[in-house]
Design a protein around this ligand. Structure first.
Ligand code: UDP
Length: 319
């Protein structure tokens, strides 16, 4: 296939490029680098099946030739208010990537007869009142809440995707991505894994926000990408959760990181600006992915963190 990936220089986009090239496809990547990093795709320079264009997906995208599939992964995604690459500091760009960017990609898919895959998010469930979250749960979100620029943009993107599917017959799919970690994460984006693993490798105490009783379920990137590609190759049109269902409190997560890295500096509890709007729990119900895609994650937290450490050490100058 000839595949277009938006957000190709991002954490997930770049891993998708690698996976799809390894599967023998031709990949065209676009990214405007507001949160993506050219280092993530530097190793693909010279690969004759890969081409790259610096573009903003919220502007009209011109592509020549037939496109068989489009994966729309361009968007800021970190909720950290302190991070300059987080969506709090890129609110308009985030809404434009989710709304106008999705519209542009669907336009190409419609005219090219392509399969379209939207990167959606567990954030569409908001601070959930149903646990774990199945795709049938419609969410607890606030259109004027502080996370709305991200979660409402993604909810709009899902609605637009279904409109193109139902009204124009476009072959669409929607993946709802839960917390994911691995090499090529932005160490400065303020999320739990980059913050805590960086602190552990530097021998510093780990900053746990609030009392650390809030839960998340962390998926290693290779497992996630494997699930996304299976969805791309399927004929499924309704949303599918992809994530690791092993749920833990953030305190347990921090303790596990200290244990795996041998960090003896302990944990400090910190009030964070985001605490008031932090979802209190999050765990994917992956029954649909298991049933439709025959997919489930294989890499546990310890193995995933061990696979992530070399990248962090290299970025921190510790390798
Ligand atoms: N968190 C933390 N310490 C940090 C960074 C994050 O305790 O240094 C917590 C944060 O409050 C949240 C969880 O870790 O409860 C996951 O945060 P992340 O930014 O990774 O993503 P989210 O799941 O909120 O989108």
């Amino acid at each position: 296939m000839r595949i277009l990936i938006t957000g190709a220089a991002g954490f997930l986009g770049s891993h998708l490029c690698d996976h799809l090239l390894a599967d023998g496809h031709e990949v065209i990547g676009i990214d405007n680098f507001i949160t993506g990093n050219p280092d993530n795709i530097a190793h693909l320079a010279g690969n004759e099946k890969f081409s790259f264009y610096k573009r903003d997906v919220s502007n009209y995208i011109f592509v020549t030739g037939k496109i068989d599939a489009i994966l729309h992964f361009a968007s800021p995604a970190s909720p950290n208010p302190q991070s300059k690459s987080g969506y709090f500091n890129l609110p308009i760009q985030t809404m434009k990537a989710g709304a106008l960017g999705t519209h542009n990609c669907l336009g190409i898919a419609r005219h090219s007869g392509s399969r379209f895959l939207l990167a959606s998010t567990s954030e569409i469930y908001g601070d959930p009142e149903v646990h774990p979250q199945a795709e049938t749960y419609t969410g607890n979100v606030d259109p004027v809440g502080e996370r709305a620029v991200y979660d409402e943009a993604k909810r709009f993107a899902e609605s637009l995707t279904m409109a193109y599917h139902r009204f124009h017959g476009v072959n669409t799919s929607i993946v709802r991505i839960f917390n994911t970690y691995g090499p090529r994460m932005d160490l400065e984006d303020g999320r739990a894994l980059p913050n805590l693993l960086k602190q552990a490798l530097l021998g510093e105490p780990l900053t746990v926000y609030g009392d650390g009783s809030q839960t998340r379920s962390f998926c290693y990137v290779d497992d996630l990408v494997d699930g996304i590609v299976k969805l791309l190759y399927s004929n499924e049109h309704m949303p599918v959760n992809i994530g690791n269902p092993v749920e833990m409190t953030i305190l347990q997560f921090a303790q596990a990181i200290n244990k795996i890295t041998g960090n003896s500096a302990g944990i400090v509890f910190k009030e964070d600006a985001r605490s008031a709007r932090d979802p209190q729990m999050r765990q994917p119900n992956i029954s649909r992915a298991k049933q439709i895609l025959h997919w489930e994650p294989k890499i546990d937290l310890e193995e995933g963190i061990r696979k992530t450490i070399p990248f962090f050490k290299q970025k921190l100058g510790l390798a």
